[in-house]
Design a protein around this ligand. Structure first.
Ligand code: URA
Length: 243
């Protein structure tokens, strides 16, 4: 038996043939589940997801070891797998078991926008590693008018007690009713980085939304709180596009 085997109830849950492992037991009882062509009702039956054909009512289940969900994070949820008090981003994706899935990087509780949830650690590491310099673009609304000197500081680098920011891209959108709207693109992901940068130049952030990771944008029509599954190929292609 290969070391990649898993219990049949887990396999059914992972392939969405059942909503959960306990639901899988019902599926096994009620429906014709075959493993290698033989009907099986045992939840604890070991299957090799890579090589054992498993069918439910004659339909072959396809197993993806790694999955990628693009979430339009709403404000008010935490970028974590579990929290004792607040709702987490994982609660918005019922198909992603928080035991295996996690957010790639983090957005603050009050920050909205693009967040990838996956169970692929190597992918996450690549995307968040500062060495890879993947640009992340934030729509930012700040108090006051961002000065020329502020823009120079934001784009050239700001030295904090713990690090100096790498050069960033600033794009002015509007100034209205005492607030500036702009886009800031950074290639790092320090804690509260965008808010700290704007605070340093005298313009506190009142609204923050991540709108792009590389060339990946929030999919059209995807409302706050909704998510969409991408294949690895689709995601790599979108991210590598120019923003
Ligand atoms: N920078 C911040 O300050 N907050 C975020 O959530 C993301 C980037």
């Amino acid at each position: 038996m290969s070391k990649t085997t898993m219990r049949l109830d887990r396999f059914l849950a992972l392939t969405n043939a059942a909503k959960s492992r306990s639901d899988a037991k019902k599926v096994l009882k009620m429906q014709a589940v075959t493993v290698n062509g033989t009907i099986c009702r045992l939840a604890e039956q070991q299957v090799d997801p890579e090589s054992d054909p498993v069918m439910v009512n004659g339909v072959l289940l396809t197993y993806r070891k790694y999955r990628y969900f693009v979430l339009n994070k709403p404000a008010g949820v935490i970028s974590a797998t579990k929290d004792r008090i607040s709702e987490t981003v994982l609660t918005l994706i019922p198909e992603a078991d928080p035991k295996d899935y996690f957010p790639v990087g983090r957005l603050d509780k009050d920050t909205e926008g693009l967040l990838i949830i996956t169970n692929d650690g190597a992918f996450a590491h690549n995307l968040t590693s500062p060495a890879k310099k993947v640009p992340k673009t934030y729509f930012t609304k700040t108090e006051g008018q961002v000065s020329e000197e502020g823009i120079r500081m934001l784009t050239c680098g700001i030295t904090f007690s713990d690090y100096t920011t790498k050069p960033a891209k600033f794009e002015f959108l509007s100034y209205e009713d005492g607030f500036t709207e702009c886009l800031l693109t950074i290639t790092e992901g320090h804690f509260h980085q965008v808010k700290r940068m704007f605070h340093e130049v005298g313009n506190d952030v009142v609204f923050l939304k991540r709108i792009a990771i590389g060339g990946l944008r929030i999919p059209e029509g995807l409302m706050a709180g909704q998510y969409k599954e991408f294949s690895r190929e689709e995601l790599d292609e979108a991210i590598s596009q120019l923003y």
